[in-house]
Design a binder for this molecule. Structure first.
Ligand code: ZN
Ligand code: ZN
Length: 234
Protein backbone atom coordinates (compact mmCIF):
# COMPACT_ATOMS: atom_id res chain seq x y z
CA UNK A 1 0.00 0.00 0.00
CA UNK A 2 1.37 3.44 -0.74
CA UNK A 3 1.13 6.24 1.79
CA UNK A 4 1.34 9.91 0.89
CA UNK A 5 1.26 11.68 4.24
CA UNK A 6 2.50 11.65 7.82
CA UNK A 7 0.54 13.90 10.17
CA UNK A 8 2.54 13.40 13.38
CA UNK A 9 6.14 14.75 13.42
CA UNK A 10 8.18 16.54 16.07
CA UNK A 11 10.93 19.14 15.55
CA UNK A 12 13.57 20.48 17.93
CA UNK A 13 10.81 22.72 19.31
CA UNK A 14 9.45 19.72 21.25
CA UNK A 15 12.50 19.75 23.52
CA UNK A 16 13.26 16.02 23.10
CA UNK A 17 13.29 15.75 19.28
CA UNK A 18 16.26 16.37 17.06
CA UNK A 19 15.37 17.71 13.59
CA UNK A 20 14.24 20.93 11.95
CA UNK A 21 11.26 21.60 9.68
CA UNK A 22 13.64 21.65 6.70
CA UNK A 23 15.18 18.29 7.60
CA UNK A 24 11.75 16.75 8.06
CA UNK A 25 10.53 18.13 4.72
CA UNK A 26 13.68 16.97 2.94
CA UNK A 27 13.31 13.41 4.19
CA UNK A 28 9.58 13.45 3.40
CA UNK A 29 10.38 14.59 -0.13
CA UNK A 30 13.04 11.89 -0.57
CA UNK A 31 10.61 9.13 0.38
CA UNK A 32 7.83 10.54 -1.82
CA UNK A 33 5.40 11.98 0.72
CA UNK A 34 3.09 14.78 -0.44
CA UNK A 35 2.33 16.19 3.02
CA UNK A 36 3.67 16.24 6.57
CA UNK A 37 2.25 17.85 9.70
CA UNK A 38 4.54 19.51 12.21
CA UNK A 39 2.95 18.66 15.56
CA UNK A 40 5.21 19.77 18.36
CA UNK A 41 4.33 19.17 21.99
CA UNK A 42 2.56 22.02 23.75
CA UNK A 43 4.07 23.46 26.88
CA UNK A 44 2.82 21.25 29.71
CA UNK A 45 5.08 18.53 28.31
CA UNK A 46 8.50 19.13 29.90
CA UNK A 47 10.56 20.98 27.26
CA UNK A 48 7.47 21.54 25.07
CA UNK A 49 6.99 24.54 22.80
CA UNK A 50 5.71 27.81 24.30
CA UNK A 51 2.47 29.43 23.18
CA UNK A 52 4.21 31.87 20.79
CA UNK A 53 5.73 28.95 18.89
CA UNK A 54 2.20 28.05 17.76
CA UNK A 55 1.28 31.68 16.98
CA UNK A 56 4.30 32.14 14.70
CA UNK A 57 4.02 28.95 12.62
CA UNK A 58 2.77 30.94 9.63
CA UNK A 59 6.40 31.92 8.88
CA UNK A 60 6.83 28.38 7.57
CA UNK A 61 6.12 28.25 3.81
CA UNK A 62 3.15 26.18 2.71
CA UNK A 63 5.53 23.90 0.82
CA UNK A 64 9.12 23.03 1.71
CA UNK A 65 11.17 20.82 -0.66
CA UNK A 66 7.91 20.32 -2.58
CA UNK A 67 6.12 18.86 0.45
CA UNK A 68 3.01 20.51 1.88
CA UNK A 69 3.51 21.44 5.54
CA UNK A 70 0.56 21.45 7.94
CA UNK A 71 1.16 23.59 10.99
CA UNK A 72 -0.12 21.83 14.05
CA UNK A 73 0.35 20.78 17.64
CA UNK A 74 0.22 17.70 19.81
CA UNK A 75 -1.59 18.97 22.88
CA UNK A 76 -1.71 17.30 26.29
CA UNK A 77 -4.93 15.98 27.80
CA UNK A 78 -4.76 17.40 31.32
CA UNK A 79 -7.75 15.84 33.12
CA UNK A 80 -10.59 13.34 32.75
CA UNK A 81 -12.96 16.10 31.63
CA UNK A 82 -10.83 16.28 28.49
CA UNK A 83 -9.31 19.73 29.02
CA UNK A 84 -6.09 20.33 27.08
CA UNK A 85 -3.16 22.71 27.50
CA UNK A 86 -3.70 24.94 24.47
CA UNK A 87 -6.44 27.57 24.26
CA UNK A 88 -9.29 27.40 21.74
CA UNK A 89 -8.11 30.42 19.73
CA UNK A 90 -4.67 28.89 19.16
CA UNK A 91 -6.10 25.51 18.22
CA UNK A 92 -8.50 27.17 15.78
CA UNK A 93 -5.69 28.89 13.85
CA UNK A 94 -3.71 25.65 13.47
CA UNK A 95 -4.16 23.30 10.50
CA UNK A 96 -4.26 20.18 12.64
CA UNK A 97 -4.41 19.38 16.35
CA UNK A 98 -3.60 16.01 17.89
CA UNK A 99 -4.52 15.45 21.56
CA UNK A 100 -2.83 12.71 23.57
CA UNK A 101 -2.36 11.27 27.04
CA UNK A 102 1.22 11.75 28.28
CA UNK A 103 2.16 10.57 31.78
CA UNK A 104 4.07 13.77 32.68
CA UNK A 105 0.77 15.64 32.27
CA UNK A 106 -1.88 13.24 33.55
CA UNK A 107 -1.88 10.20 35.80
CA UNK A 108 -3.36 7.17 34.00
CA UNK A 109 -6.94 6.81 35.19
CA UNK A 110 -9.18 3.78 35.24
CA UNK A 111 -10.99 2.68 32.10
CA UNK A 112 -14.02 4.89 32.90
CA UNK A 113 -11.92 7.99 33.55
CA UNK A 114 -9.75 7.55 30.46
CA UNK A 115 -12.78 6.87 28.24
CA UNK A 116 -14.61 9.95 29.57
CA UNK A 117 -11.53 12.07 28.89
CA UNK A 118 -11.19 10.82 25.30
CA UNK A 119 -14.89 11.19 24.51
CA UNK A 120 -14.84 14.79 25.75
CA UNK A 121 -11.71 15.49 23.68
CA UNK A 122 -13.38 13.91 20.63
CA UNK A 123 -16.33 16.29 21.10
CA UNK A 124 -13.98 19.31 20.98
CA UNK A 125 -14.33 20.71 17.43
CA UNK A 126 -10.77 22.13 17.53
CA UNK A 127 -9.20 18.70 17.96
CA UNK A 128 -8.79 16.57 14.85
CA UNK A 129 -6.91 13.46 15.97
CA UNK A 130 -6.55 11.39 19.15
CA UNK A 131 -2.84 10.50 19.37
CA UNK A 132 -1.82 6.95 20.31
CA UNK A 133 -5.15 5.80 21.88
CA UNK A 134 -3.70 2.27 22.09
CA UNK A 135 -1.40 3.10 25.02
CA UNK A 136 -1.77 0.13 27.42
CA UNK A 137 -1.09 2.44 30.41
CA UNK A 138 -4.36 4.26 29.63
CA UNK A 139 -7.03 1.55 29.15
CA UNK A 140 -10.15 2.69 27.25
CA UNK A 141 -13.54 1.34 26.21
CA UNK A 142 -12.67 0.87 22.54
CA UNK A 143 -16.25 0.49 21.27
CA UNK A 144 -17.36 3.68 23.04
CA UNK A 145 -14.34 5.67 21.81
CA UNK A 146 -14.66 4.54 18.18
CA UNK A 147 -18.42 5.25 18.22
CA UNK A 148 -17.76 8.79 19.51
CA UNK A 149 -14.95 9.32 16.99
CA UNK A 150 -17.33 8.35 14.19
CA UNK A 151 -20.15 10.56 15.51
CA UNK A 152 -17.95 13.66 15.86
CA UNK A 153 -15.58 13.05 12.92
CA UNK A 154 -12.39 12.85 14.97
CA UNK A 155 -9.65 10.52 13.75
CA UNK A 156 -8.02 7.87 15.92
CA UNK A 157 -4.32 7.39 15.35
CA UNK A 158 -2.50 4.12 14.92
CA UNK A 159 0.87 5.23 16.24
CA UNK A 160 3.82 3.41 14.68
CA UNK A 161 5.99 4.22 17.66
CA UNK A 162 3.55 2.55 20.09
CA UNK A 163 4.13 -0.71 18.19
CA UNK A 164 7.91 -0.46 18.55
CA UNK A 165 8.90 -3.04 21.20
CA UNK A 166 11.30 -0.47 22.70
CA UNK A 167 8.62 2.22 23.05
CA UNK A 168 7.42 3.60 26.40
CA UNK A 169 3.99 2.54 25.17
CA UNK A 170 4.98 -1.03 24.13
CA UNK A 171 2.71 -3.94 24.97
CA UNK A 172 -0.47 -2.55 23.39
CA UNK A 173 -0.44 -4.45 20.11
CA UNK A 174 -3.66 -6.34 20.89
CA UNK A 175 -5.40 -3.12 21.92
CA UNK A 176 -4.25 -1.38 18.74
CA UNK A 177 -5.45 -4.32 16.65
CA UNK A 178 -8.84 -4.09 18.36
CA UNK A 179 -9.04 -0.35 17.63
CA UNK A 180 -8.32 -1.00 13.93
CA UNK A 181 -10.90 -3.80 13.75
CA UNK A 182 -13.54 -1.69 15.51
CA UNK A 183 -12.87 1.17 13.06
CA UNK A 184 -13.37 -1.29 10.19
CA UNK A 185 -16.61 -2.59 11.75
CA UNK A 186 -17.84 1.00 12.12
CA UNK A 187 -16.60 1.99 8.63
CA UNK A 188 -14.55 4.76 10.27
CA UNK A 189 -11.21 5.79 8.73
CA UNK A 190 -8.10 5.92 10.95
CA UNK A 191 -4.73 7.57 10.51
CA UNK A 192 -1.25 6.13 10.94
CA UNK A 193 1.32 8.45 12.56
CA UNK A 194 5.08 7.94 12.68
CA UNK A 195 5.42 10.17 15.77
CA UNK A 196 8.90 10.89 14.38
CA UNK A 197 11.27 12.61 16.80
CA UNK A 198 14.01 12.71 14.15
CA UNK A 199 13.73 13.29 10.40
CA UNK A 200 14.78 9.74 9.45
CA UNK A 201 11.60 8.40 11.08
CA UNK A 202 9.22 10.62 9.11
CA UNK A 203 6.92 8.33 7.13
CA UNK A 204 8.26 5.29 8.97
CA UNK A 205 5.17 3.15 9.43
CA UNK A 206 6.91 -0.22 9.43
CA UNK A 207 5.32 -1.67 12.57
CA UNK A 208 1.87 -0.34 11.69
CA UNK A 209 2.14 -1.66 8.14
CA UNK A 210 3.10 -5.10 9.40
CA UNK A 211 0.06 -5.19 11.70
CA UNK A 212 -2.29 -3.87 9.03
CA UNK A 213 -0.89 -6.39 6.55
CA UNK A 214 -2.10 -9.18 8.85
CA UNK A 215 -5.63 -7.78 8.82
CA UNK A 216 -7.82 -7.16 5.80
CA UNK A 217 -8.21 -3.39 5.77
CA UNK A 218 -9.92 -1.51 2.93
CA UNK A 219 -7.54 1.13 1.56
CA UNK A 220 -10.15 3.90 1.84
CA UNK A 221 -10.20 3.50 5.64
CA UNK A 222 -6.52 4.45 5.90
CA UNK A 223 -6.27 8.23 5.79
CA UNK A 224 -2.56 8.13 4.85
CA UNK A 225 -3.45 6.95 1.35
CA UNK A 226 -5.00 10.30 0.35
CA UNK A 227 -4.46 13.97 1.20
CA UNK A 228 -8.08 14.57 0.18
CA UNK A 229 -9.30 12.01 2.71
CA UNK A 230 -7.28 13.77 5.44
CA UNK A 231 -8.85 17.11 4.51
CA UNK A 232 -12.32 15.70 5.24
CA UNK A 233 -11.32 15.44 8.90
CA UNK A 234 -9.25 18.55 9.61
ZN1 ZN B 1 2.40 11.70 22.10
ZN1 ZN C 1 4.12 12.76 19.38
Amino acid sequence: MSFVLDAHCHTVASGHAYSTVQEIAKHASEIGLELVAITDHSDKMPGGAPLFHFHNLNVIPQKVHGVEILKGAEVNIMDYDGNVDLDDYTMEILDIVIASFHPPCIRPGNIHENTRALINVIKNPNIDVIGHPGDPRFPIDIKAVVAAAKEYGTLLEINNNSLNPNSFRAGGTDIIKEIILECVRMDMPFIIGSDAHISFDVGNFKYAEKLIGQLDIPKDLIVNTSVELLREFI
